[in-house]
Design a protein around this ligand. Structure first.
Ligand code: THU
Length: 141
């Protein structure tokens, strides 16, 4: 994909990050690994809270870590949940990812280590956009 980073390598980083999930309420762990255009990887896990709505998903943890370190251009995100099937990003995370990279590659893996890929635009067509986003010129959403 970028700098030799392969889909399966990024997925492995997401899987490892899943081990750090703080999910005592749902018992469902999720890990994510976000690859930046500059070739860095930011990982994230879900972080739950006694006040359930304060929970942060793995994908947003990774995005917020990256943005807070000065990165805003993303190439791909790998997502690994505890389920046997593929764990798709929730609607809030899709919108948060859309803010930065409409053409982002979304890499999912199931319990059999099979891989499926999508673009963010596949998963969130006709997204809400602001003029500030469209000035970035990334994608054609
Ligand atoms: N979760 C994620 O971290 N990412 C997703 O894409 C879906 C859901 C988390 C939120 C919560 O901690 C747990 O999974 C169950 O919903």
């Amino acid at each position: 994909m970028t700098d030799g980073m392969e889909e399966r390598e990024l997925m492995e980083l997401a899987s490892v990050s899943r081990n750090n999930a703080y999910s005592p309420y749902s018992g469902f762990r999720v890990g994510a690994a976000l690859l930046t255009k500059s070739g860095k990887v930011f990982t994230g896990c879900n972080v739950e809270n006694a006040s359930y709505g304060a929970t942060c998903c793995a994908e947003r943890t990774a995005v917020y870590k990256a943005v807070s370190e000065g990165e805003r251009e993303f190439v791909a995100i790998a997502i690994k949940g505890d389920s046997a099937g593929f764990t798709f990003p929730c609607g809030i995370c899709r919108q948060v990812l859309m803010e930065f990279s409409p053409s982002l590659k979304i890499i999912l893996s199931n319990g059999n280590q099979e891989i499926k890929t999508f673009t963010l635009y596949d998963l969130l067509p006709k997204a809400f956009e602001s003029e500030i986003m469209s000035k970035k010129g990334d994608g054609d959403n």
